[in-house]
Design a protein around this ligand. Structure first.
Ligand code: 5GP
Length: 192
């Protein structure tokens, strides 16, 4: 998606350790108009695919998933929580994920009431690197008997291989910007 690639080139910052900082428009300050265009693009890419729910993970995925949902007929958005809370009542699906940016494991939890057998789920997230976050969300869908109808990603860092592994397993992954390479010394970003 040209608009997202242009924005990454303009406002993205390449950090050491293969981290791309996009907090000016994607995951700290949010450009809602850009989110709307991203939602429209995912809807175009997944046209004809039956989707009745969007699943994402707190916190960065929530904004873009909610705006995207409006392009999928206002389907509900469920976000996996990363910590137990007294507000999390009832039975839960839970697994653990290794965080690429925080370099530690954390839990992901979804209340059983919000994901059911037969649900056709579009998973949305901001980044795809090694694929650990998506693995966790896929495991939760499998535990619920829900079908992963597709995966919509804002930024895929293709050189980290997570996207290809998921595609090899048969998942349909649509990334709006695919980075083939980035250089933390020069700040140069090469899109696939
Ligand atoms: P994965 O689990 O695929 O290795 O990494 C995906 C998760 O790590 C995303 O949910 C995102 O929060 C975080 N992440 C991975 N790479 C980056 C990055 O380059 N920049 C930012 N801001 N987050 C990232």
């Amino acid at each position: 998606m040209q608009e997202l690639e242009d924005r990454i080139r303009h406002d993205g910052i390449v950090k050491a350790g293969n981290v791309l900082k996009v907090d000016a428009f994607l995951n700290h300050q949010c450009d809602v108009e850009l989110f709307d265009h991203m939602g429209a693009e995912w809807a175009r890419l997944f046209e004809g695919v039956e989707i009745n729910k969007i699943l994402t993970i707190e916190a960065s995925g929530i904004g873009m998933a909610c705006i995207a949902a409006q392009h999928f007929g206002g389907v509900p958005v469920v976000f996996a929580k990363k910590a137990q809370s007294i507000n999390l009542d009832g039975e839960q699906y839970a697994t653990t994920i290794y965080s690429f940016t925080k370099q530690k494991e954390y839990p992901v939890i979804v209340g059983k009431r919000f994901l059911s057998e037969g649900d056709k789920v579009l998973i949305i997230d901001d980044f795809l690197a090694n694929g650990c976050a998506l693995e966790g969300l896929i495991k939760i869908c499998e535990a619920a008997g829900a079908e992963v109808a597709g995966i919509g990603i804002a930024v895929e860092k293709g050189f980290q291989g997570g996207g290809d592994k998921l595609r090899e397993r048969g998942f349909r992954v649509e990334s709006l910007a695919r980075i083939a390479d980035m250089d933390c010394e020069t700040g140069e970003i090469t899109f696939a």
